[in-house]
Structures are given as structure tokens and as C-alpha cells.
Ligand binder design. Structure first.
Ligand code: ISL
Length: 568
């Protein structure tokens, strides 16, 4: 099989994005916190992995109440992470290595220390008076972090809306001056060479007119999720961005419905019949990372059912078929580590990490690999509630104990499995102190398993190296057009089956991806593999399966195989 591009495609459809959490990637100045200079030194690593773009979490001035998602100045780099020169150098070096750079813009809210908010609070009649959402009386909306969504401001004598912490007041996108300023902010960074943005919680910017309370039991969709003006404002935003080159806009969209996701990612038509570019190129979905949530949501974790995972993936692949384009990810800085949650973090750690990666990153869409997943980093062994640093997780624990009356051990067990801290521990580079992340005391402890699980050890391993497998997987994906342009067909299995299998087909080429997402062997489940149409094994996470094996219908624990097929 060779690469046979159908047409000129935008670069981001060919990209593999590597997601860097700046605070925990590489410390360059020895203060225990990762920074831009550190990221720059690791760019060759990212390129060698096979990524062609990075998305960095927010590095702008911030009081760090929510690790940089509370921004007090969008145009200044927080000294914790470096300087604007460091950013410019990073962009330059990245481009020399053919790596594109995406910044994380948090535009639904600012920090309460942002000068706009201080002005708005202190001077209601002034130019910033209407830049936030002020009311004399709150409605019944609840925020995302187990908190009320309104806080009283004694200075202004009114309540302000914040869907996250009180230190993250929501901007008033109804105000055209706000929308204009945010587009100019994005242009400020485009002028410095960045190639696109990840737009934080971008589907909550538009609130239902009049801010009515939510009827009991009603989901927030249409109230503060996917509100009425979202797509229109995003199209306006896009139209204001400098357009001398192709940039990418990735929207983070918790709770998004399929209809809304399509609305954001499809080109529209203006009243004169001309095509208007899509508001967003891709959205970040959440349903595949919620199939292990119980009736009470995230802080009520349940065992994974593969059937539910298959259904979610199939549904979203269908909903975001052409002309939409999906993104594919398995974890991020808000999620537990995937190997701990959907895989086997002990006996089959290598096998499960590679099986999950294969089952996801070969789907239709752009893979986004979160730092550390390529070496199968696992959840941090949190021991006590006071070790939780993340504000969402700490609030959740408090609420389970204080409001739901849960026993503290039970509450802690739930939160430690889901805590955002799990995915935020420092990157494990080598066997040196603090895993080579820093020479100082790291801001959050390194996972103690780094002695066995780190980049340099896996680089040297010839067998069962997750890192080396990722390189092969990503390079195969890049080389074969079928993985980019081919259609996606999920293969049906019994609800209880641990099999995750799909076909990707393009013209007369077809590949079959199978993965046993369980720790036991499954036999004779894959009748399709027994088919004469199997031509060749393109990739497998077990060493011995280099060609069609003697027992074709059988898969070992967490075994994954990619077959090239004859015909469709
Ligand atoms: O999954 C979640 C719901 O429990 C959240 O962690 C969700 O990812 C989050 O609410 C939205 O995330 C983004 O915006 C937040 C910030 O804390 C996250 O780190 C960011 O990714 C507020 O800006």
C-alpha cells in the first residue's frame, strides 16, 4: 500500500497532535515547574515520536487558581513558564522541525484578577461595565466544579456568573466589544507565528436569552451549553482571524450534542449562497470518556463496558462523517490515565496501552496524544485527601462528604480514581531523580513507578516498549492514505464481547483493525479474520504475530492486530 492522496487536504487532517501540559512536561530553569524553555528542548523527541503539531495548555499570566485556565492577561506569558521571547523561540524551533504550534485560549472566562474584570466590578458605568454577566439575583444554574454558578460582589452590589470557580468570571460574549477584543487577542498570537488554537469550553459562551432557571431535571443544553449564538459568534471570530495561512481551530465542547457538533464543524452557506468556512475544524468530545461514569456522573465511577464504548465510538464516527472531521483522544490533563481506567495498569500494561492506542488512533480523525500516554503513564497513587491539588477534584471530594453524606473513605476512593491530578504528574523521562523532569522539588510528585516506566528505558527496550510501538503506529497511520481518507465501519459484536474491531476502506484498499480489550484470551470471535481476504499483518502488539497466524480467530490478552485486506 502506498500513500495515494485524493486531493490537497488541510494540514491538520494529516497531523498527529501531541498535547503538552506545560507545568508537567520539562522544567528548563530548575524551579520545579515545567516551562517553555523545557518544552523547546524536547521538541526533537516529539518529532521522533511522529507528531507534527503540539497543543500546549495555557501559559499566559494567571493567578493559577485553575492551573492557568484563569487568565489575567492573554498577551503576556506567566513568569512561571518563561517570557514572550521563550515563546517566540519555541515557535521558531518547532517550525524548523516541521512541528506546528497550537495555543490554548480560554475565552469563556478570564481570571477575576484580569484588569477587565476589576474595571467591570468597580465601574459599572465604565467601558468594561458590561464585559461580564452581572445580575441583581442569581438563577438556579450550577457550575461545572460542584459549585454554585453565581457569586455576590460587594463592590458592585450584584452577582456575577461563573460556570467554573468564582475566580473565573464568564465573559459577556453578547457584547460586540468583547468579541472583537478576543479575535484581536487571537491575531496577536497568529502574528507571532502560531498555527491554531484549542478553544477552551467554547460551547458554553452563549447563554440562553434572559438567563432563565433550568427546569428540574433538565440538561443545560440550550441554556448554557450549545446556547443560541455559539456557531454564529464562532464564525464571526474565525472571519476576523488573519487568513494568510491555514490555521486550525479545535473547540473543547463538553456536553455537546451531535446536532451542535455538526453545526460547528460543517461549512455554512451565507444568504447570498456563498460558502462560509466551518466555525471550528474539530471538536473535543467527551462521551467516550464517560462510559465508565455511574448515574451520578464522573465522581461515581463504574467498570467499563466495551459494548458501551463501541456504541459511543460508532455513533460519533457516524455523526461526524464528511464534511465534518473528528478528533481522537484517550486522555488529557482533566482525565485519569487511560491505561488505569480502560486498560490493565499491572500485568498487561504494555499490551493494554498499545491496544487502546491502536483501537483509537486508527479511527477517522486527527489523533491527539496526551504526554505520557506514549509510555503508558498510569494514575498517581494518591494516598490521602489532602494530597489532592486540583480544585475540581478537591471540591468534588468535599461535596461528596459534606453534601451527599458519604463516608470519607468511600468518597476518597471515588475521587482518587477520577481525580484530574492523575494525569498531571511530571513526565517520566529517565531514571534520574524526579524522572529527569526537574533538578528541584517538582510542583507535584513524580509517579514512583518512573524507575521502570520512562522514556529512556523504553527507547532502549527491544520488546514490549510502548514508546516504540507508538512510533510504528503513528508512522503507519501517516503513510497509508486509508487511515486518513478511508471510511469507518465498526464491526458488530455481542454486547458482552471485549472485541473492538473496525474496517477502514478507501477505493479498493481496506484494513481491518481488531483489538481484544480484555485480559483474557478470546477465541474464534473474529470470523472476519479467518477470511481468505486477509493479506498481511501490518501491525501487532505481540512480537510473534508477523504474518497471518495459525489460529486466526484467536486474540491473546489485549492483543491488537491491523490486517490489510483484499477488497472491501
Ligand atoms: O471533565 C470535566 C467535567 O468533570 C472537566 O474536567 C472538564 O474537562 C472541564 O470542565 C472543562 O475543561 C476545561 O476548562 C476548565 C479547566 O479547568 C480545564 O482544565 C479545561 O480543560 C475551565 O477553564
Amino acid at each position: 500500500m502506498t500513500n495515494e492522496p485524493k486531493e490537497v487536504v488541510p494540514w491538520w487532517k494529516d497531523a498527529v497532535i501531541y498535547h503538552v501540559y506545560p507545568r508537567s512536561f520539562q522544567d528548563g530553569n530548575g524551579d520545579g515547574v515545567g516551562d517553555l524553555a523545557g518544552i523547546t528542548t524536547r521538541l526533537p523527541y516529539i518529532r521522533d515520536l511522529g507528531a507534527s503539531a503540539i497543543w500546549m495548555g495555557p501559559v499566559f499570566s494567571s493567578p493559577q487558581v485553575d492551573n492557568g485556565y484563569d487568565i489575567s492577561d492573554y498577551r503576556t506569558i506567566d513568569p512561571l513558564f518563561g517570557t514572550r521571547e521563550d515563546m517566540e523561540l519555541l515557535i521558531e524551533r518547532a517550525h524548523e522541525l516541521d512541528i506546528r504550534v497550537l495555543l490554548d485560549l480560554v475565552f469563556n472566562h478570564t481570571s477575576d484578577q484580569h484588569r477587565w474584570f476589576i474595571e467591570s466590578r468597580d465601574n459599572p458605568g465604565g467601558p468594561y461595565g458590561d464585559w461580564y454577566i452581572w445580575r441583581d439575583a442569581p438563577n438556579n444554574w450550577q457550575g461545572f466544579f460542584s459549585l454554585p454558578a453565581w457569586t455576590w460582589s460587594p463592590e458592585r452590589g450584584q452577582y456575577y456568573l461563573h460556570l467554573f470557580t468564582p475566580e473565573q468570571p464568564d465573559l459577556n460574549w453578547e457584547n460586540p466589544a468583547v468579541r472583537k477584543e478576543l479575535a484581536e487577542t487571537a491575531n496577536f498570537w497568529l502574528d507571532r507565528g502560531v498555527d491554531g488554537f484549542r478553544l477552551d469550553v467554547i460551547n458554553v459562551i452563549s447563554k440562553r436569552t434572559g438567563l432563565p432557571s433550568l427546569p428540574p431535571g433538565r440538561a443545560p443544553n440550550g441554556y448554557f451549553i450549545d446556547g443560541p449564538s455559539t456557531a454564529e459568534w464562532l464564525r464571526e471570530f474565525r472571519s476576523r482571524l488573519r487568513s494568510d495561512r491555514e490555521i486550525v481551530l479545535v473547540g473543547e465542547t463538553p456536553g455537546v450534542t451531535p446536532e451542535a457538533a455538526r453545526r460547528y464543524t460543517r461549512p455554512a452557506v451565507d444568504p447570498r449562497g456563498a460558502e462560509v468556512p466551518a466555525a471550528l475544524d474539530m471538536v473535543l468530545l467527551f462521551d467516550h470518556l464517560a462510559v465508565d461514569h455511574g448515574p451520578e456522573g464522573r465522581w461515581d465511577p463504574r467498570p467499563l463496558e466495551i459494548g458501551a464504548l463501541r456504541d459511543v465510538v460508532e455513533r460519533w464516527q457516524r455523526e461526524l462523517a464528511e464534511p465534518s472531521w473528528p478528533s481522537i483522544y484517550l486522555s488529557n490533563h482533566d482525565q485519569p490515565r487511560v491505561v488505569s481506567r480502560y486498560g490493565s495498569e499491572t500485568e498487561f500494561r504494555y499490551e493494554s496501552a498499545t491496544a487502546l492506542a491502536t483501537a483509537f488512533y486508527l479511527q477517522r480523525g486527527t489523533p491527539i496524544v496526551y504526554q505520557g500516554d506514549e509510555i503508558a503513564m498510569r494514575n498517581y497513587p494518591l494516598d490521602r485527601p489532602d494530597e489532592i491539588v486540583d480544585i475540581e477534584s478537591a471540591n468534588a471530594y468535599r461535596k461528596l462528604v459534606e453534601q451527599h453524606g458519604l463516608d470519607s473513605t468511600v468518597a476518597f476512593e471515588r475521587v482518587r480514581r477520577e481525580a484530574r491530578d492523575n494525569g498531571r504528574t511530571p513526565m517520566q523521562w529517565n531514571t534520574d531523580a524526579h524522572a529527569g523532569f526537574t533538578g528541584a522539588t517538582p510542583w507535584f510528585p513524580v509517579n514512583p513507578d518512573y524507575i521502570q516506566w520512562n522514556v529512556s528505558t523504553q527507547m532502549e527496550q527491544t520488546q514490549r516498549s510502548v514508546l516504540r510501538y507508538f512510533c510504528r503506529l503513528l508512522s503507519m497511520r501517516r503513510e497509508l492514505a486509508v487511515f486518513r481518507d478511508g471510511d469507518f465501519r465498526m464491526i458488530r459484536s455481542d454486547a458482552a464481547s471485549p472485541l473492538f474491531a473496525f474496517r477502514r476502506s478507501l477505493l479498493d484498499r481496506s484494513v481491518l483493525v481488531v483489538a481484544n480489550l480484555s485480559s483474557h484470551e478470546v477465541s474464534r470471535v473474529v470470523s472476519i479474520m479467518e477470511d481468505e481476504s486477509v493479506r498481511e499483518v501490518l501491525l501487532c502488539n505481540y512480537a510473534e504475530r508477523t504474518q497471518r497466524s495459525g489460529e486466526p480467530g484467536q486474540l491473546r490478552a489485549w492483543e491488537t492486530v491491523v490486517f490489510e485486506m483484499r477488497g472491501n
